[in-house]
Design a protein around this ligand. Structure first.
Ligand code: ADP
Ligand code: MG
Length: 491
């Protein structure tokens, strides 16, 4: 088993960024709330949910979002998409292509701030699955001048999977606008043209990962003089010391050099205190707006969390196979998260040897292989996907009802400090949980624990989010059934 334990020597820290194959954020164990901004009441921004006759889903409840606006611009929450003065082409995209009926809370609150002059910068935190993509995609599509063939909107994401997903959403939502887009992610096909030989980018919206975007900018193929809007999805990871802070800051500076009016949007479900303070400093220079959620309010009620105590690692595989897969057979798609690439390989082989059709994704795979595995899962051709944390954030597949934490996410640095208890990565945990229960759907998460270290990690997670994670007994069919029933996945 490749997973490091407290007694075996720790593996060497990885030398390069591994696209979220490991936890990538800082922690601030003290979690003081001293940095909480002063928070005017959101009542005037609240939207009335009671007049929605088609309440098939629980609304993703972002009612605890705290807004801090600067200056005296009054913003009114948008109860309908019409309230946002969107173009008819965009409205058609929302209703016909996306099949949306009305804005979610974060959309209702943030879109007026994004779309209306003076187009202030925005830091926006809202729950996983609450529809943040639509906020910035509509922002980009609305602010682009369709008659100007030059990059006007840029969105930077931590993984290729998320960049591709966001481009797909933008193309679908913007189908009737004629706005052009390009995905800036590395390709390993032998026939792909090297950037030095490519024509300059003409696409009006560019969405990609920081490495490729930086490269395109260095080669002067991606001009920034016409940029009106710069978006960071999963912004806390993009600006974390052990995430993509250097790249992100360099890109921001380069844009600022030519273009000081570019609106910056920072979106994520998580902003730990360290990142929050840093991010606030970045936008501080200009008047900006902020939307934050308290960490105790971040766990999704719609996704039920459970823990299973297993005597050893082998028992974890047995729990997955004989209990979770058996009892949860028809509950939808499942993602099993593992911490290391080796665990992904090992678990994949073990489940395939037992006759299960599973696929697995991790950062060491060829790019196109990664794309194929994700596509098969999104198309519903595969039911179970094993993943390292490459898919912990942002990945949106509504049919995912079950998440299994084969192991709990650890803070990177802490793992390598001898004699110190490893710290859980709270943010990655929350993002993993958030792969189920998209937009108010139901979901369940099983955390598999097998030693004292896991117990400690789990209780730290429970304390951090102020939630109680119920135990499901390892071999109790009734317990698994009860858990899935409680989660609304079994009748
Ligand atoms: P987040 O980035 O906040 O985690 P996403 O933007 O990925 O969430 O949205 C989650 C899901 O909710 C997506 O499948 C999206 O299509 C859906 N969704 C977003 N906004 C709406 C809406 N207004 N009405 C219905 N579904 C929506
Ligand atoms: Mg997202």
């Amino acid at each position: 088993m490749a997973e490091p334990s407290t007694t075996s020597p720790p593996p060497p820290p990885p030398s390069t960024k591994s696209w979220a194959d490991q936890a990538e954020e800082e922690t601030n164990p003290s979690s003081t709330s001293a940095a909480e901004p002063s928070t005017p009441s959101l009542d005037e921004l609240a939207i009335d949910d009671n007049n929605n006759p088609h309440k098939l889903l629980d609304d993703p409840d972002d009612s605890n979002i705290q807004a801090v606006t600067s200056g005296d611009t009054p913003y009114t929450s948008a109860a309908t998409f019409e309230d946002l003065s969107l173009s008819p082409e965009l409205l058609k995209g929302l209703y016909v292509e996306m099949k949306f009926q009305k804005p979610s809370k974060i959309q209702a609150i943030s879109l007026p701030m994004i779309l209306n002059p003076p187009h202030r910068d925005l830091i926006a935190q809202a729950h996983n699955g609450s529809g943040k993509t639509t906020c910035f995609v509509l922002g980009m599509l609305s602010r682009v001048d369709p008659n100007l063939q030059a990059p006007q909107a840029l969105c930077i994401c931590p993984t290729r999977e998320l960049a591709i997903q966001n481009v797909e959403v933008l193309r679908k939502m913007g189908k009737y606008t004629g706005i052009s887009s390009e995905c800036a992610v590395p390709m390993d096909s032998r026939d792909s043209t090297p950037i030095s030989k490519r024509a300059p980018i003409m696409a009006q919206v560019v969405i990609g990962t920081p490495g490729t975007i930086k490269k395109w900018m260095t080669y002067k193929k991606l001009g920034v003089t016409r940029l009106k809007i710069l978006v960071f999805d999963e912004a806390d990871q993009m600006l974390a010391e052990d995430g993509f802070k250097d790249d992100s800051l360099r890109i921001m500076k380069e844009i600022e050099k030519f273009n000081s009016n570019c609106q910056v949007l920072l979106f994520s479900a998580t902003f730990n205190d360290t990142v929050k303070n840093f991010v606030t400093r970045i936008v501080e220079k200009k008047e900006h707006n902020k939307l934050f959620v308290k960490k105790e309010d971040l766990s999704l009620d719609a996704v039920k969390q459970y823990k299973v105590r297993c005597p050893d690692e082998l028992a974890k595989i047995e729990v997955i196979r004989s209990y979770i897969f058996e009892i949860g057979e028809n509950v939808g798609q499942t993602i099993i998260f593992v911490r290391t690439r080796n665990s992904a390989k090992m678990l994949h082989k073990a489940l395939v040897d037992l006759g299960y059709e599973v696929t697995s994704i991790q950062g060491a795979l060829e790019h196109e292989e990664r794309d194929k595995i994700v596509k098969e899962f999104k198309d519903g051709l595969t039911q179970v996907l094993i993943s390292t944390d490459v898919l912990a954030r942002g990945f949106d597949q509504q049919q995912v009802n079950l998440v299994i934490n084969y192991d709990l996410p650890l803070k990177y640095a802490a793992e390598y400090i001898r004699g110190r208890d490893p710290e859980p990565d709270f943010e990655v945990y929350l993002h993993r949980v958030g792969r189920a229960g998209r937009f108010g759907r139901k979901g369940a998460v099983f955390n598999l624990l097998c030693d004292e270290r896991d117990e400690k990690l789990m209780s730290k997670i429970e304390n951090h989010f102020g939630t109680h994670v119920k135990e499901v007994r390892e071999k109790s069919v009734e317990d698994y059934k009860a858990a899935l029933k409680e989660a609304g996945l079994l009748v």
